[in-house]
Each structure stands twice: as C-alpha cells, then as structure tokens.
Design a protein. Structure first.
Length: 164
C-alpha cells in the first residue's frame, strides 16, 4: 500500500492524532506496540515518521490527512521550523518555493543574514533576494545594517512564509 493510497478512514482506524500535541498513538495492538503507545520514530532528518500498513509515512503529512481528509498537494511547512513539531497549528500547506522561504540561515553564510554579503572589491555590503527563481539585486550599502534592513523589507513584501 503506497502512502498516497492510505485513507483517512484507515488512518483513523489504526491511530489517534492529538492536534494540540501533534502526537499519534496506536488505537490497536500490533506486534511490538500496545494501544496507547506513541506511534513512529524520529528520522535522522529530524522529521517524525510513522510505519503504517508496511510503509513509512511522514507524520506531518499524515496529520494533514487525518484532519482534512486529503493528502496535501504540495509540501507541508513547519511554521516554527521544528521538524518533529506536528501540532496542527504549526502546519500549513505550501508549494516548494514558499516552503523554501522558511529556511534558517545556512551554516556557510559569512554575514549571518541570508541575502546579505560583503562585496570585497567595492568594500560595501550587497543585499539581494530570490523571487520566482531569479536573483534580484536590492542595492549596495555602506553598512551591513542598511543591507539587512533592505533585505528584511523585501522579505516582508515577497516572502509571506518567512518565520519571524
């Protein structure tokens, strides 16, 4: 049974989901679990996964199915960026571009702010943002603070999924 063929009825037959905690528990006894046991495990990627009818299912996607009765069309975004926080209030549907807006700053970022970089030759700060897969130049600035301000203003306009 592929994950997409798992239905809301089948999911509710096997598991209970608490939208306030984001936790799934078993409703039936299985080989290694009892009724009331927490279902699933944390994947090395940080997401919580469930093993249902012989297939692994991402718990945040299963939560959406459980509550709304349909599989999400695109991605499910964890608003607070915590991958195993599957409370319903922390989940929202998103396309890939929207989901990418809610990423933390990369580890190799030297300025500490996404979209802000030091232009060595000009000895100035540059701000930029990606919109519809195109890099947009926001300006060249004397101070890092001004570049950050320009980037944040652009995020408010173009990145509604960006976490605060």
């Amino acid at each position: 049974m592929a994950a997409q063929s798992l239905t809301q009825d089948r999911l509710k037959e096997l598991l209970d989901y608490n939208p306030d905690t984001g936790v799934f528990v078993w409703r039936v006894d299985r080989k290694a679990v009892k009724v009331g046991d927490v279902a699933g495990r944390r994947h090395h990627s940080g997401y919580w996964n469930l093993f249902v009818d012989g297939r692994w299912v991402m718990a945040h996607r299963a939560a959406w199915l459980y509550v709304h009765g349909v599989w999400p069309d695109g991605d499910i975004d964890h608003i607070n960026r915590i991958r195993d926080d599957n409370r319903l209030c922390n989940l929202r549907t998103a396309n890939r571009a929207e989901n990418c807006q809610n990423q933390p700053t990369r580890r190799n970022n030297r300025s500490g702010v996404t979209g802000v970089l030091w232009h060595k030759a000009a000895k100035k700060w540059v701000a930029q943002i990606s919109i519809d897969r195109k890099l947009r130049h926001l300006g060249v600035f004397d101070t890092k603070e001004l570049a950050v301000e320009a980037r944040k203003a652009a995020e408010l306009t173009h990145y509604p999924f960006k976490a605060a």
